[in-house]
Design a protein around this ligand. Structure first.
Ligand SMILES: Cc1cc2nc3c(=O)[nH]c(=O)nc-3n(C[C@H](O)[C@H](O)[C@H](O)COP(=O)(O)OP(=O)(O)OC[C@H]3O[C@@H](n4cnc5c(N)ncnc54)[C@H](O)[C@@H]3O)c2cc1C
Length: 460
């Protein structure tokens, strides 16, 4: 019997799918090709994950962990001889404690499910991102997800108080801390946050919750220059302070593309160079400290070219759709998504340089830019529209245009999506050889047989 058949026979309770059933799933949100793996296991308990990994490690069987498969960096694609470990049946919300402000969940809980359960109790789960209906808390931890509220609450690294993980060799590390402060030795949970499932499988998570607020105000504004964008974000941070929830910027070509013919309704006229979507906690005091007063002052000062404030929840969601729903851009093929970060002062220079070099290499190409500006985080959609027989060359040329210039501007090749397989050739742009070597040593120590998420982030 093969080692996989042995494994399946030894662990019959894992709701296995065979290779044919696995192929009925698509690889990921972005990649519609059939998933490759020789079997897929769906454990229900940490003990089952532990037994699976322990046996896989002993037989050098490779394993790829799956959450909601919304990875933007080719983080869940397997080979035909891999086993997939899906957390989909470990999806229970174990506790929501409003007094302490914590939620304890299994890793396979879908983000939106938890957001809704927490909201019912009058609290807020600080994490929010476009893939909320599909991505899981375990995947959010593994990728150190960011999203639209980082400005106020921080990334996943700031939101996880404790977790439980299973090492590639099967040992369970329980670090289910639920306190804000705990300086007792190494903070081991951080090893598993953002390491993209290479060091262990996250099985349970303790998350920090925040008190709810009465409402949100959202505005969409048009600006004539990038200096005006920078001025507005500085004023928003100063005047709205901690009530500022999101400050998202869209370059004009992105806004025009998603609101053009047959697209989303344009809340304000297209054609401006920049648009900002600003969300803040509603100002109930009447004291004029809210978003509307900020916009009035900015209009008077000439910072804004145009603007609209959502007058209902339906309209608020419509405004967000313009920012979140970019399906129309994805209709072109191929289209490459990038997620980079830059110091704010460098954003405009970098994008101008990139537009220039991209247009030189791909005269027919299109480039759409948007992002979480206050975090220095930009998402780029590059559509080269190149006539070539070798798609790999096109991808390489687009990657070079984006990444080669980044170190000159002190930027990073990944702001929030991680490295996965897609960016591992560029890790050296953002991390020194010494840092990468230390990552390798940690990986070798915790995963001596190199079975878990092999080939992600770097080669051992
Ligand atoms: C429309 C859209 C919008 C997005 N917006 C954002 C955004 O604003 N901010 C952002 O940060 N990301 C964003 N993403 C990317 C993606 O949603 C996040 O990376 C998310 O955290 C991945 O969660 P997942 O459950 O889908 O993980 P998966 O895609 O299944 O896995 C991601 C990685 O984590 C590993 N992994 C998954 N679960 C576990 C676990 N339990 N233990 C250990 N490793 C695990 C996987 O092996 C893989 O390497 C977006 C994606 C889409 C499709």
């Amino acid at each position: 019997m093969s080692s996989v058949a042995d494994l399946i026979a030894a662990l019959p309770d894992l709701a296995w799918l065979d290779a044919d059933e696995v192929r009925l799933r698509q690889t990921s949100y972005w990649d519609a090709s059939p998933l490759q793996a020789c079997a897929l296991a769906r454990p229900r308990t940490t003990q089952q994950v532990s037994e699976l990994l322990s046996r896989a490690s002993s037989s050098a069987q490779t394993v790829v962990t799956h959450g909601g498969r919304t990875t933007c960096v080719d983080g869940v694609r397997g080979q035909a001889d891999d086993i997939v470990l899906s957390l989909e049946r470990m999806n229970r919300i174990l506790e929501i404690d409003c007094v302490e402000g914590v939620a304890i969940v299994e890793a396979g809980v879908v983000l939106e499910t938890l957001q809704e359960a927490v909201a019912e109790k009058g609290m807020v789960l600080p994490l929010d991102l476009g893939a909320r209906g599909t991505c899981t808390i375990g995947g959010n931890v593994a990728t150190n997800a960011g999203g639209v509220n980082v400005l106020r609450y921080g990334m996943m690294r700031n939101l996880v108080l404790g977790l439980e993980a299973v090492l590639p060799t099967g040992e369970v590390v329980s670090s289910m801390n639920r306190m804000l402060k705990n300086n007792s030795g190494y903070d081991l949970k951080q090893l598993f946050i953002g390491s993209e499932g290479t060091l262990g499988v996250v099985t349970k998570v303790v998350l920090r919750l925040e008190p709810s607020f009465s409402g949100r105000e959202v505005a969409l504004v048009a600006l004539d220059s990038f200096d005006a964008v920078l001025t507005l974000q500085a004023h928003a941070r100063r005047h709205l302070t901690s009530t500022l929830l999101a400050f998202e910027v869209m370059w004009g070509s992105y806004y025009d593309a998603v609101t053009g013919d047959g697209g989303h309704r344009a809340p304000i006229a297209p054609g401006a160079p920049y648009y900002a979507l600003i969300e803040a906690v509603a100002d109930e005091s009447g004291g004029g400290n809210g978003l509307v007063s900020l916009l009035e002052r900015s209009l008077e000062a000439g910072t804004l070219a145009d603007g609209a404030v959502a007058t209902s929840e339906r309209e608020r969601l419509e405004f967000w759709k313009v920012r979140d729903d970019f399906e129309r851009i994805l209709e072109a093929s191929p289209v490459f998504l990038y997620d980079i970060s830059l110091p704010l002062r460098s954003v405009n220079h970098y994008i101008r340089d990139l537009m220039h070099s991209f247009a030189e290499r791909f005269p027919e190409g299109e480039m759409h830019v948007f992002g979480h500006l206050c975090d220095g985080n930009l998402h780029l959609f590059l559509t080269p529209k190149a006539q070539t027989s070798n798609p790999d060359d096109v991808r390489q040329a687009a990657d070079e245009a984006v990444y080669l210039n980044l170190s000159r501007y002190d930027g990073a090749v990944s702001a929030e999506h991680g490295i996965g397989r897609e960016k591992k050739g560029w890790l050296h742009v953002s991390r020194s050889e010494g840092e990468i070597e230390l990552m390798r040593r940690l990986k070798r120590m915790l995963d001596p047989a190199n079975i878990l998420n092999r080939g992600l982030v770097f080669d051992v």
